[in-house]
Each structure stands twice: as C-alpha cells, then as structure tokens.
Design a protein around this ligand. Structure first.
Ligand code: BDP
Length: 694
C-alpha cells in the first residue's frame, strides 16, 4: 500500500451488491479506444472488487452492464440514449432499466468519453459501497475545460513541486513511453479532467521545436483515449528565440505568420491539440507589453493561430508590472477590466482564486463578475506552495468551496464565483477550471496520501463547482481508505478542519504572504528588504508599534472598491468585515476590540495556539485509527502530522517573537512564550528547501 493506486484501489467488497452485473456489453458496432479503456477499467475493477472480472459479451442478457453512445454505432433502439440536451457532449446517464425485456444497467452518453465518465461514476459508487440497483442518474459537467496545469520544466524539475520530479520523462520520450502515463490518464479521467498543460507557465520555447513536439505527440497518444487533450505553454518571445525574428510584437505580420506556421506544425503532430496557456508580462516573462501592446492584442494573435483548428488560448491574469504598484492585489483588475470585450472568442482569461497568490486565505478575486464579455477560468493551486508543501495535511476542498460559493453580487445577490466560472452569470461560450498540479514521480504521485485528495477534489469541483467539499472528502476516503462509516467519519472530520488549522498557525485574521523568501518554507514576517517592496512580508502586514494590517479602504489603497457595491461596503467597514479578512482590508491598533471582546493581540495569539491545538486533535484522531489502516500509509501520515505539529509550533513561536519585537506587548495570560528569541528564528536558513530560486 504505497498509495500508487490512488482512489482507484477497488478494494474487495464484503458482499456482492444487489443488481451487480453478470456481464458487460458494449452495444456498439465500433469499439473505440475510449470504449476499450472503459471496458478494461471495468474488468480491472470487477476483478478486484468482486473477485473475478466481468465477462465481456456480445449480447445483452439479464443483469448486463450495457455501454452505449451516440458515437459508437449503437445497436440499441431509438430512445435508449440520452439526448444532447440532456447530457451535452460529455455527460452520461446511469439507468437501471430494461432492454429487450431484460433488466440491465445502462451507461449511455452522446460521446464515448461520456460513457467512460459514466463507467467511472458507476465504479465509484460500487467502490464506495453505495447501492448500484435502481439507478437513475444524469450527470454532465458544468465547465467545458477541466485542466491540470503542470509547472514542469523540460529538465524534469517541477516548480513548486513537492512530490519528486516531473512525470514527463522528456529525455526518454518518444522512444520510451512510461506506462505510468496510462495510470495518470485513468486517474484524471475518473474525475472528469479533460485537458493537461504539460509545461511550466515560466516557459521554455524548446518545447515548441520538432523533437519535443514528437515527444508531446507520444504523450497525447496515450491520453487521447481517456478524453484528455494536451496543451502547451507558449513563450511569447519564441519567434525571436526559435524563429530568429528581431521582434515578438504581436502586431508584426512576420510574427503573426511565425505563430501561424508554428501552430499548424503543432497540429500536424497533435491533431486534437487543445491550445496555449500563456503567462506574459508577469514576473519577468516576455509579453505584448514589451512592444506597447495590450494583453488582448497578445492573446488575440495566438487565438487567431489556433482558431482554424478549434484551439483556445488561456491567458493568465496573474500579472504584475515592472514598476512597483501602490497595491499589488489591485493590478490584475486594473489591467484586465478595461480590456473586457476586446479578446477574441476563443480566449479565456485564467484568474487565480484570489488577487494575491494562492495564500491559505484570500478574498475571492475581484475580476470574477467584473468581465461579463470575457470568459474567465478559475486557477486553483493543487500543489501546496503556501500551505505546508506535502507534509502538512491540508484538505483544499474547503478553501475552494469557500471561493466558489462566495457571492460576487455582480449580477445581483447570488452571483457566486461558481456561477461566473460555469458561465451561468454571463453566458460565457467557454468555461473552465485549471488546477496547478501536485503530481510527480513519487510512488504516491502527490507527495502524501492526503495530497491525493486535493487532486481528486479539484477534478470533482471542476465537474461541478457547486459540489460540497465534505461530500467530496467522504467519497475520496471511502475509495482510498475504508468504507466503514466510523473510519469515514473520523478521516473526513480531520480533513474538514485541516485547512483552517493552517490559516490559524500561519496567517490568521486576514494576514498573508508571511512565508520565507523564495522557497516559501516557514515563517519570515520580519523580511522587509527584498528587490521590491511587494515581495516582502512587511509590505503585506505593515506592522508598527501602533497597529497591524493593510489598509485597503478608501483611506488606503482602496482595493476594496474593486468589489461590487454590497461586498465593498461589507468589507470596507470595521463593523461588518469578517474577522478572517480583517487585516487584509484594515490597519487596526493592537488593542482593537474584536467582536468577542478580546483585543486584536489576544485574538491573534489565540489563533496561533488554536491552530496547533487543531493539529494535536488531528494527530490524536489519526492515532485512534491504528490497526484499521495499513501500516505503510498509516505510518507515513503519522510522521507527516508530527512534522506538521513541529512546524505549526515554529510558525506560532517565530510569529509571536516578531510581533512582540514590534508591539512590546506581554503575552496574553496562559500563553507560553516562544522558546527562542527572535534572532534565533531569523537566523534559520533553508538554502536547499524545495522552491529556492523559483
Ligand atoms: C507563484 C509562484 C511562482 C509562479 C507564479 C505564477 O511562486 O513560482 O511562477 O506563482 O503563478 O505562486 O506564475
């Protein structure tokens, strides 16, 4: 049990469920590679759960599992298949029904990929110990593009990766195609992911050269049967670096011609290539602004090149300018809102969940709701760059649910971020969700068992942005650990409180970006002198003897004004701002009176201590499962929780030591003093921590 099987463990069922199928039939004249993948998954899963693989049969008999799609030349009578209106191009139905008078379970869709998704749903139910009799399920994804974004370099280093090297073994490709790619495809298809961008957003143009395109094609060939398209990051200066042109100006005809020819070439290698993901004019990356052109002009040039092939451009809104802004969190909104309506039809703007950078807690990004004419994708970070790397147990389902269910009020009350992302609010033609992958060469794929849950939750939320984080956690636990209700409850409870614990011990009450320089490992709130002010923790907390917090009201940067009226009002006022965003929007004195009557200082310290106490609870709850989880996974989680506990304590102690050096306040009663002085915490250095130099 090293975790390699992920949530596809298909543990043996205690008893054969009622209505379990006796055989499986693809009622099709053409069994495509996708249906073949579905059949082999059924065979693998049934062998494992029922003790023997389901018999594949050419004819429908009683209790058969019947697969059929509109695309497979089905032999089923008219009316047996769901219509496009019902399921769209990727949805499916699971039905306990009768065909030719025989009771069967039907998994049917418009496309073969829809059938594959239906098969994974069916197997998930069985694997979770749910009933598979009397099924009447219709499911269709609410977003069109459900992508992983790998931040993987061609030398296999993964930016912000905590689970080994890149799984893309560029050097051995295309000659050697690692069988692991098939398991990657299975896992992704099982949660509805239909695209993957293979390379880092800080991109290397080399991937666009023929030898690499051949490698890309080899990967695409493995992923295609699983309904997964391949995307690449496009380095904006590639026409200069690869094409020898003197400029990469998007309005230059020679540059446009270069991209058109390059794109056509990519499609020769990968006929169903999905398109480009672009980071431009951000953190030193080249982009259209280098030539005085806008993000829209840059995106549209690439969009024109992929349009004839049906491709898209995902243009990232994570930008910050060369000049230091007054308030970094305002920048994306300031740059992109004026461009609304100027992007080509096949461009999506990809927006991080919050306006800063994947912090343990941020308010939702003010762009959501503010660009009605431009499809906005949401970008979530599955890899835990700012939430304890792979050793801290932090289930991100709750973080993402908090953002997706937030009300932007853009089109009146109830315009949730989810309703913007799924296109409902503004009737977007394209919709999507991207997750920055946490996958690497570790046997367990994600660096820890619980980090697998974040990959899982991302896929499930991309399919349905309104899904419940708790339901997703339960579903994952049942497939990953155990179907026993006590165990499911215990592990789900650990997961559900885990992210708030991280917020408490790292960045409570709306504090943010206090992590160590470069690698982001551990606390460093004292750092105040990097190349740019907006890289330093000090910039974000602005703690002085008088108080702490970033004033983003009209007396300060007025970033709060980027939100729709009711939200701006709520957050701008000390009377109504929620405690958990207090210091994000306000600078308040240390003795500011909180709603519960404590002072800000007392509350801050209490949050740190509460974070540690929650980790202690998680440890005790996990320990109570000893003997009920296989030792290999049990022990790894136990060890990681111990690391998390030590690091939570470190976060508290270092933070308190620093705040006290500024405010000179005594510790609230009952709170233990940090065991070391501030100089000790400042002196710690981690030159080899993952992420150093990124
Ligand atoms: C930050 C990461 C950096 C990424 C950047 C991005 O620290 O490594 O390149 O985001 O999203 O979170 O482009």
């Amino acid at each position: 049990e090293d975790g390699y099987e992920l949530w596809l463990r298909y543990e043996r069922l205690d008893q054969v469920p009622k209505a379990a199928p006796h055989s499986v039939v693809a009622a099709c004249s053409d069994v495509s590679p996708t249906l073949d993948a579905a059949l082999s998954e059924i065979s693998r899963a049934s062998a494992s759960m029922l003790g023997q693989p389901l018999k594949q049969s050419g004819k429908i008999s009683r209790n058969a599992l019947v697969l059929a799609s509109g695309a497979c030349g089905t032999s089923l009578p008219d009316g047996a298949l769901p219509t496009v209106d019902q399921v769209g191009p990727e949805g499916y139905v699971l039905q306990s029904t009768r065909i030719n008078g025989k009771p069967v379970t039907l998994i049917a869709a418009q496309s073969d990929a829809g059938v594959l998704y239906g098969v994974f749903d069916y197997l998930r139910r069985m694997s979770s110990g749910d009933a598979v009799a009397d099924l009447d399920v219709t499911s269709r994804p609410k977003t069109k593009l459900r992508l992983l974004n790998h931040w993987d370099n061609l030398d296999r280093h993964v930016e912000r990766g905590y689970s080994g090297q890149s799984i893309w073994d560029w050097h051995r490709l295309p000659g050697y195609v690692d069988p692991r790619y098939t398991d990657y495809a299975r896992a992704n298809a099982s949660i509805g992911i239909n695209g993957t961008s293979l390379t880092n957003v800080n991109s290397d143009a080399t991937v666009l050269t023929p030898p690499y395109l051949e490698k890309v094609a080899a990967i695409a060939n493995v992923l295609r049967p699983y309904g997964i398209k391949v995307y690449l990051t496009a380095r904006f200066s590639a026409p200069m670096e690869l094409g020898g042109l003197p400029t990469a100006d998007p309005l230059d005809p020679a540059v446009q011609a270069w991209w058109q020819a390059k794109t056509d070439e990519i499609y020769d290698y990968v006929p169903d290539f999905g398109g480009f993901l672009v980071k431009a004019n951000s953190e030193g990356q080249p982009g259209p602004q280098d030539y005085g052109r806008s993000h829209a002009e840059g995106a549209n040039m690439l969009a024109r090149a992929v349009a004839p092939h049906g491709g898209v451009v995902m243009w990232r809104a994570f930008v910050y300018s060369a000049e230091e802004p007054e308030d970094r969190v305002k920048q994306a909104y300031t740059e992109f809102v004026p461009l609304d309506g100027q992007f080509a039809d096949n461009v999506l703007v990809q927006v991080k969940n919050g306006p800063l950078d994947f912090q343990p807690r941020e308010p939702f990004h003010p762009l959501f709701g503010a660009m009605p004419e431009t499809p906005l994708m949401i970008e979530l970070q599955i890899t835990k760059e700012y939430l304890g790397f792979s050793t801290h147990l932090a289930y991100l389902g709750t973080l993402w649910e908090e953002v997706l269910s937030a009300d932007t009020h853009a089109e009146g009350e109830g315009t949730t971020v989810a309703s913007v992302v799924d296109g409902e609010a503004h009737d977007y033609a394209y919709t999507g969700m991207a997750g920055v992958s946490n996958i690497g060469t570790d046997r367990n794929w994600a660096g820890s068992i619980f980090d697998q849950a974040n990959w899982y939750a991302f896929g499930r939320l991309a399919w349905n942005p309104d899904a419940s984080a708790e339901d997703i956690a339960r579903e994952w636990v049942k497939q990953t650990f155990s179907r026993k209700p006590e165990i499911v409850n215990e592990i789900t409870a650990i997961m559900m409180k885990s992210r708030e614990a991280v917020v408490d011990y790292m960045t409570p009450l709306g504090l943010t970006h206090l992590m160590g320089t470069g690698h982001h490992y551990g606390p460093a709130p004292w750092v105040d002198d990097l190349g740019r002010a907006d890289w330093t923790p000090y910039y974000y907390h602005k703690a002085t003897r008088d108080g702490i917090g970033f004033d983003r009201t009209e007396n300060g940067s007025d970033a709060v004004d980027q939100y729709a009226g009711p939200i701006a009002q709520e957050w701008a006022s000390l009377d109504t701002v929620p405690d958990n965003l207090l210091l994000w929007f306000h600078h308040v004195p240390w003795d500011y009176e909180m709603r519960d009557g404590s002072t800000l200082w007392q509350s801050l310290v209490a949050h740190y201590s509460r974070g540690i106490a929650t980790v202690e609870e998680m440890q005790a709850e996990w320990a109570s499962l000893k003997g009920q989880i296989d030792p290999e996974r049990f022990n790894q989680v136990t060890d990681y929780l111990k690391i998390q506990h030590e690091e939570a304590q470190w976060w508290r102690d270092a933070s308190i030591a620093y705040w006290q050096s500024i405010n000179d306040l005594p510790l609230p009663e009952g709170e233990a003093p940090p065991p070391h002085d501030l100089e000790y915490y400042k002196s710690l250095s981690f030159p080899n921590a993952p992420g150093q130099g990124e």
